[in-house]
Design a protein around this ligand. Structure first.
Ligand SMILES: Cc1ncc(COP(=O)(O)O)c(C=O)c1O
Length: 440
């Protein structure tokens, strides 16, 4: 047994094929800028910028310094009935960045917690307004909203739900996913086909009666399912239907918030305003776990009734508004602003699309999709072994090409840094082409 194998013996790894991984662990020791360093001393180009997290690059000196200073000054402070100035400042900064009308920021520690918090806020909002009968949620097939029971239930990733099928949250229904390769294959950006799929929501309103539905939750661009940009007009139509039936629209922007599409939020990019926005990941550039739920004034105000000394929302986490995480968040906002990170992402999205779509005519490629700095290449599956090529691509990228990518089934997904260098992309895509050319 190698030293590295021993190292992971006690570690049940998340979303990992544990037995296979432990035979030959892939280990990262350090990171700087756009690269990881492995335990065998190789520099890997990180084509996934963490896990959609680290848009401004790893170990950004300004964020590192802010965290170091803060941890030595206030390591933790109780956040129930007592505040700290770091979380207050971060809430202000995030709200200032958000689309107009969003006035409140509720802190969590992850995307999953942001989603479950948002669902609870939606229920509480309706109840506070005397519409406690609005208890149903509508999600979407192939949606990913984290792994807690609420998010898993409104989500539509079959493997994530399968084992827990009998225990999912009741009162949830799903719209269809927006991808159908017979109509959408090789679309550049938003597909022209598919806006009519928003009518699924009207159908579900007819079935359940719209007055029983609390909220609809979607990722503006589905990420974990393999990058599914919304069809032209689709999000606009969801907004219209929600308005017609008094339903809240939640955008799960855990991936898309903080510049992934070249704007602060996907809501701004698509010019469609939801009622609640969930975030995490880029909130601290991935440096310390933290999430946030943004709500409009109308939603917050609905809770602000009864005696002043009464807690309005019986919800929160020990680490909601953790001062060190908040310091990382403030420093991230500074970096985003001072270095024009979102603008860089916007300028890079054209060249990224060009490079990605240069795979359109490869015989082993089934589809290529992109939106902002999110991209995917679908490989044809090997006969009788779906997912095998994807797994092999991931391993070969790591061991042979010094590249970190992410694969799900036979889809290769890309989440490049928001301040990437074009040269790194060109070199990395050359390596990927070589691997695809030579894969069995
Ligand atoms: C859209 C979306 N929502 C929620 C989550 C869950 O976030 P976390 O893993 O931080 O709980 C993710 C994670 O990738 C996500 O992409």
């Amino acid at each position: 047994m190698s030293a590295a194998q021993n190292q992971f013996d006690a570690h049940w790894m998340p979303f990992t094929a544990n037995r296979d991984f432990k035979k030959k662990p892939r280990v990262i020791e350090s990171a700087s800028g756009h690269h990881y360093t492995t335990d065998d001393g190789r520099q890997l180009y990180d084509f996934f910028s963490g896990l959609w997290t680290s848009g401004a690059g790893h170990c950004h000196p300004k964020i590192v310094e802010a965290v170091q200073k803060q941890v030595a000054k206030l390591d933790y402070a109780i956040t129930f009935q007592v505040g700290n100035s770091q979380s207050a400042e971060l809430a202000r900064r995030v709200v200032d960045l958000a689309p107009s009308g969003f006035t409140q920021c509720f802190f969590t520690n992850s995307g999953s917690e942001s989603v479950d918090s948002a669902l609870k806020i939606a229920l509480g909002y309706h109840r506070a307004r005397g519409e406690g009968h609005r208890t149903r949620f509508i999600g979407r097939e192939r949606g990913y909203h984290g792994v807690n029971f609420g998010g898993m239930s409104v989500g539509g990733m079959v493997p994530n739900r399968k084992v827990f099928s009998a225990n999912l949250m009741p009162g949830v229904d799903h719209m269809r996913a927006t991808m159908d390769l017979t109509h959408t294959a090789f679309s550049r950006g938003q597909p022209e086909w598919g806006a009519h799929l928003a009518e699924d929501l009207e159908r579900l309103c007819a079935l359940h009666d719209g007055s029983n539905i609390a909220a609809v939750i979607v990722e503006p661009v589905a990420g974990s399912a393999g990058i599914l940009p919304p069809p032209v007009g689709y999000l606009e139509r969801l907004r219209e239907i929600c308005d017609k039936h008094g339903i809240l629209l939640i955008f799960d922007e855990v991936i898309t918030a903080f510049g992934r599409l070249g704007k602060s939020f996907a809501a701004e990019y698509f010019n469609v305003k939801p009622d609640i926005i969930t975030t995490a990941k880029g909130l601290t550039n991935g440096v310390i776990p933290m999430g946030a739920v943004l709500v409009t004034e109308r939603i917050y105000d609905a809770f602000m009734q009864g005696p002043d000394n009464m807690i309005e929302l019986f919800h929160g986490y020990t680490y909601s508004g953790h001062p060190v995480a908040a310091a990382a968040g403030i420093a991230s906002m500074d970096v985003y602003e001072q270095e024009g990170i979102f603008e860089q992402a916007s300028e890079l999205s054209g060249p990224f699309a060009d490079l990605l779509h240069s795979f359109d005519d490869h015989p082993l490629v089934k589809d290529v999709r992109n939106c902002g700095l999110m991209g995917a290449i679908d490989l044809e599956s090997r006969d009788g072994a779906p997912g095998a090529r994807g797994t092999e691509m991931h391993k070969r990228c790591f061991w042979e090409a010094d590249l970190m990518i992410r694969t799900g089934a036979d889809t290769i997904a890309f989440s490049p840094f928001l301040n990437s260098n074009l040269k790194d992309w060109e070199q990395s895509f050359d390596k990927i082409r070589h691997l695809i050319d030579t894969i069995e």
